[in-house]
Write a protein that binds this ligand. Structure first.
Ligand code: TYD
Length: 208
C-alpha cells in the first residue's frame, strides 16, 4: 500500500482555510483519492481537550508563550500518533487545517525562540513533514471585515493588527525558506480561484 499524502493548510485568521478544505474534499474524491480531514490544535479526543484549554483558558488564566508552545506540541504528538501517521500508512490523504507552521508563526510571534520551536518540531513531527503546505495569504487589513463577521473569539482572534501582520510575515518567511514544500495562494481571490490554485499544486504533487 502506497503511503498517502500529507497536506497542511496555513494562514492567518479568516483567510478561508476551512472553505478551501470543504471545496477540495469532493474534488479529490472525484479523482479517486480517499481523504481524511482534520485540524490542529485538535484532531483526536485528547488533543481537542488540549485545544479547549489552550485557546479558551478557564477564568482569566493566561498561558505563558512557552506553555502555549508545549500545549500545541502535546496536542500534535497525540494527533500524529493516533490519527495522522496511521492514516498515511493506510494510503489515505490527510488534509490538516493548521499544523507545525502555525506553531512557528504564532508561538514565535508570542516570543518563543525559533530554535526552541524547531527543537520541539523535530522531536514531535520527526520525518512526518507535510508533502505540501498551502499558505492562504492576504493583508490583515483586507481580512479585518471577514474576521469581525465571525462569532469565534479566542485568545488569538482578539489581537490587534500588528499581531496579524507579524503572523502573515512569519508564514511568508516559512514559504520563502521552504519553497518546495510551500505554495502561497492569495486569499483575496474568488473562492473558485483559490480552489483552482490549490488543485494545481495538489495535482503537481500527485505526479511526483
Ligand atoms: P482556529 O479557530 O482554528 O483558527 P482559524 O480558524 O483561524 O484556523 O484556532 C486555532 C488558533 O490556534 C489560531 O489562532 C492559531 C492558533 N495556533 C497556534 O497558536 N499554534 C499552533 O501550533 C496551532 C496549530 C494553532
Amino acid at each position: 500500500m502506497a503511503r498517502g499524502r500529507f497536506i497542511t493548510f496555513e494562514g492567518g485568521e479568516g483567510t478561508g482555510k476551512s472553505t478551501l478544505i470543504a471545496g477540495l474534499v469532493p474534488a479529490l474524491r472525484d479523482r479517486g483519492i480517499s481523504v481524511v480531514v482534520t485540524r490542529e490544535p485538535g484532531g483526536t479526543p485528547l488533543a481537542e481537550k488540549i485545544r479547549e484549554l489552550a485557546l479558551n483558558p478557564p477564568d482569566d488564566h493566561e498561558w505563558s508563550p512557552l506553555a502555549h508552545a508545549l500545549l500545541m506540541n502535546a496536542a500534535r504528538e497525540d494527533h500524529l500518533v493516533r490519527q495522522i501517521r496511521p492514516a498515511l500508512d493506510r494510503g489515505l490523504w490527510v488534509l490538516c487545517d493548521r499544523f507545525a507552521d502555525s506553531s512557528r508563526a504564532y508561538q514565535s510571534t508570542q516570543g518563543v525562540s525559533m530554535s526552541v520551536l524547531k527543537q520541539f518540531e523535530r522531536a514531535v513531527v520527526g520525518d512526518t513533514t507535510p508533502d505540501l503546505t498551502l499558505i492562504l495569504d492576504a493583508a490583515p487589513e483586507d481580512l479585518a471585515a471577514r474576521r469581525m463577521a465571525r462569532d469565534i473569539t479566542d485568545v488569538f482572534e482578539a489581537k490587534g493588527m500588528e499581531f496579524h501582520q507579524n503572523i502573515r510575515n512569519a508564514f511568508l518567511a516559512i514559504a520563502k525558506d521552504e519553497p518546495n514544500r510551500c505554495t502561497v495562494i492569495s486569499a483575496l481571490q474568488p473562492v473558485e480561484d483559490v480552489l483552482a490554485n490549490a488543485l494545481t499544486a495538489i495535482d503537481a504533487l500527485g505526479a511526483q
